[in-house]
Design a protein around this ligand. Structure first.
Ligand code: PCA
Length: 206
């Protein structure tokens, strides 16, 4: 199974972005896997550059599965994102200094795309493995949502049968945070995303 897995570099005042560490670790581990071929890419937290890059990657790789990852301070457990909105709206500048307020990502394009991953199935299987996870109906209106929207749109435009989705992950216990607030650590998150890929592989093969 060919997978495109993306994360983001640090942004705002973060010293690190756990989505970057997960992508790097899984891409390295996957070199010895025989059943899942992972292309891992850390995107810049920049609307324009990341948006262009995700479309390029989708066209080049044409993966069977696209899984985007990003961190969200507001989430305390894994959030499987159901919807990508055609909307950029932020007060926090991206890493290129760009702030977008109430702008469509693509004119004359659908208001939203739905994830094409089997979200309920993934949720139930992850919970069975002890990973706290929920489905979210809003991926925000910052760079993660922007990339998610353009990824799903590109899949549509290319007419490929890639299934795609996005997971927001919480801050990890290794990050400077309010003590005791964050209960999940990096290795647990890496394992959860690996499980997710296994679930998808099994799902694709049945
Ligand atoms: N999270 C931000 C962008 C990069 C990231 O990891 C977001 O939720 O939009």
């Amino acid at each position: 199974m060919k997978v495109l897995l993306t994360g983001f570099n640090p942004f705002a005042n973060l010293k690190m972005n756990p989505s970057q560490l997960i992508v790097e670790e899984i891409a390295a581990k996957a070199k010895s896997w025989h059943d899942i071929q992972v292309t891992g890419e850390v995107l810049p937290t920049e609307f324009v550059a990341a948006g262009e890059r995700i479309q390029e990657l989708m066209s080049q790789i044409k993966p069977e599965v696209y899984l985007g990852l990003g961190v969200a301070r507001s989430r305390s457990i894994l959030n499987l994102e159901r919807v990508a909105l055609n909307l950029d709206d932020c007060t926090l500048p991206d890493n290129a200094g760009l702030t977008l307020e109430g702008k469509k990502i693509v004119d004359d394009a659908p208001v939203a795309y739905f994830s094409t991953l089997p979200l309920l199935h993934i949720k139930n299987e992850l919970i069975k493995k002890g990973t706290p996870v929920e489905i979210s109906n809003h991926a925000g209106t910052y760079v993660c949502n922007h990339v998610y929207y353009l990824a799903l749109r590109q899949i549509n435009l290319l007419g490929i049968d890639t299934i795609g989705g996005f997971i927001h992950i919480p801050f990890i216990s290794e990050q400077d945070s309010v003590a005791g607030q964050h209960k999940i650590n990096l290795s647990e998150l890496v394992l959860a995303i690996e499980h997710c890929l296994q679930i998808l592989k099994y799902f694709k093969s049945t």
